[in-house]
Design a binder for this molecule. Structure first.
Ligand SMILES: Cc1ncc(COP(=O)(O)O)c(C=O)c1O
Length: 555
């Protein structure tokens, strides 16, 4: 036999292996969302190239090509809002001046409230709103005595109303006060928490952490340890905290090499899960049901009116079921990240709401009864941190403040109080109530010819814009002027607590409509047929290129 013939079978095997590898790689590419969000590396690379530039005082109000009279109306409206804010927000402004240069987080959130081209003038004139002093019912009161309806939801912590959490915190103080900050040994309240969390999650074991981010880190680390596989799957756009592996795109200076970002609600992704052998777990943030494959919306990216959202419970449920089946088939750990939606959609969280069981669930935010927390619940075989037969092969996780006595005591209060009839009543016909409220507001907005609508997943809302505009981000300031408190992402996300009554909601709706009306009167929604989302994007791109290659920082 000639040596060539002898090697031929090996060649054929190598070729087949290369073919299989290529096919698997192509399937992975196909399962990526076509947007930049689906291509983290490219997104990071491009983001680094975007140059800063800003509109000068003249073009600030006519960056969409609006005529002079419209620009003048806009300027007058903007300055009126600024004057109102100055007269109602003197103390907040002084406090901001005092601390801003030393609080990096504040600098960041203030800068990223609006698209960067408009940042300077906005910061100069519409700065206020960062300092609050008290809360009551569904309102907060700022340091200048302005009472505002709270639509921030404290990043989702506030599910049952601030008074509920104040009671939890007071009772925790009473119960754990004698122990104080003793860490390491457990406060006895932990026993009740563990029992209830096992019941609620339907899972065997629990671990306590200090934030949602850490809970997710721990769930992923355990999944990797037990499956002996490397990669986590997250779906395009989903937020799971700020840890590097779950935030592979813009915002993370390094690449997340062991993360696959796949298309949400897409068969191509299931195909990847069925084929690849390196996937340890799949992370699901059920909030993505509101905007599959979309990033958490914020007004700093509100360049045009392209924001979209709509929640289809049946379709998302079906997707989760299919995902569950594939994960079971492939021994991939299915993690529901319920840090945001846990206890908000249903007493049993997303598992109950969608009727799909996960292998691990992370909770946080509201579960701490007002204090910081992260929790992982999981199957016994997945939660274990060491191997009996390999004593040095461990999965390490500690944290100084894990199981803090006050947090445990407040959590116990939280878990006790959600069993009370008054709290349970808040869940009654939750979707019906909040879908109805959204529909009524949308009808009013439409009837008045205002180019805004809302979309919601239960009590989590986002504002949509129905007509191309460059100035939608201004709505946050009109809403604020009407006494509605928004978080730094502006109209991207309203988070209502379940205790909003119809009367509370009607007051919010009246203010919302009034704000939109004022914004329209001030000319910010001026429109002509040539102004499309596409033409806006093109114009912004031209400006960027001109700055990048022409060296101008002001347009
Ligand atoms: C789904 C989800 N996971 C994780 C986190 C991170 O939680 P934390 O901010 O407590 O670290 C968040 C925070 O918003 C979240 O919404």
């Amino acid at each position: 036999m000639s040596s060539t013939l002898m090697w031929a079978p090996f060649g054929a095997v190598a070729l087949t292996a290369a073919g299989v590898k290529l096919k698997t790689r192509l399937e992975l590419s196909k399962a990526k969302h076509p947007s930049l969000r689906g291509h983290s590396k490219m997104a990071r690379r491009l983001a680094r190239q975007v140059p800063f530039y800003e509109y000068d005082d003249a073009s600030f109000f006519s960056s969409d090509g609006a005529p002079e009279d419209v620009a003048a109306r806009r300027r007058a409206g903007f300055m009126r809002l600024a004057a109102e804010q100055r007269s109602h927000g003197a103390r907040a402004a002084a406090l901001t001046d005092e601390v801003e240069s030393a609080i990096s987080d504040l600098q960041f959130t203030r800068a990223y409230r609006v698209p960067f081209q408009y940042r300077r003038l906005v910061q100069q004139h519409l700065a206020g709103g960062t300092f609050v002093e008290s809360s009551a019912g569904v309102t907060v009161t700022d340091v200048d005595g302005n009472q505002l309806y709270d639509l921030t939801g404290s990043y989702g912590v506030n599910v049952f109303g601030y008074d509920f959490y104040k009671r939890c915190m007071d009772a925790a103080n009473a119960e754990a006060g004698a122990l104080g900050p003793v860490l390491g040994p457990y406060h006895p309240t932990i026993g009740y928490n563990v029992r209830r969390l096992r019941e609620i999650s339907g899972l065997d074991e629990v671990s306590f952490h200090m934030s949602g981010t850490e809970a997710v880190m721990q769930a992923v680390r355990l999944a990797r340890y037990h499956t002996r596989r490397t990669h986590l799957v997250r779906f395009c756009g989903a937020y799971h905290g700020w840890w590097g592996d779950v935030q592979p795109g813009v915002g993370n200076p390094t690449a997340a090499r062991e993360t696959y970002t796949l298309k949400d609600m897409d068969e191509d992704s299931l195909r990847v899960l069925r084929k690849r052998r390196d996937i340890a777990c799949v992370l699901v943030n059920p909030l993505q049901g509101l905007h599959p494959n979309g990033n958490a919306p914020g007004d700093s990216t509100l360049v045009d009116s392209g924001r979209s959202a709509s929640f289809d419970r049946a379709a998302y449920t079906d997707w989760l079921r299919r995902l569950r089946a594939v994960c079971t088939e492939r021994n991939i750990v299915l993690v529901f990240d319920e840090v945001f939606v846990g206890f908000r959609l249903a007493p049993g969280g997303a598992q109950e709401y969608f009727g799909v069981k996960a292998d691990m669930v992370t909770y946080g935010k509201t579960l701490g009864g007002g204090f910081p927390v992260g929790v992982v619940c999981g199957r016994k075989d997945l939660m274990k941190r060491f191997r009996d037969e390999r004593p040095t092969d461990i999965c390490f996780a500690r944290g100084t403040f894990n199981s803090h006595p006050y947090v445990m005591a407040a959590m116990k209060q939280f878990l006790l109080r959600i069993e009370e009839p008054a709290t349970k009543a808040l869940y009654r016909d939750l979707d019906g109530v909040w879908d109805g409220r959204a529909a009524r507001l949308n009808q009013r907005l439409k009837a008045e010819g205002l180019p805004v609508q809302v979309a919601n997943l239960s009590t989590v809302w986002t504002v949509l814009y129905t007509q191309p505009s460059r100035y939608n981000w201004m709505l946050q300031f009109y809403l604020r002027a009407q006494g509605l408190a928004l978080s730094w992402v502006g109209t991207g996300r309203f988070i209502f607590s379940l205790d909003f009554t119809d009367a509370d909601f009607d007051a919010v709706a009246d203010r919302f409509v009034a704000a939109a009306r004022a914004m329209k009167v001030d000319g910010f929604w001026w429109w002509e047929p040539a102004l499309t989302n596409k033409s806006i994007k093109r114009r912004v791109l031209r400006e960027m290129l001109k700055t990048r290659f022409g060296g101008r920082a002001s347009v």
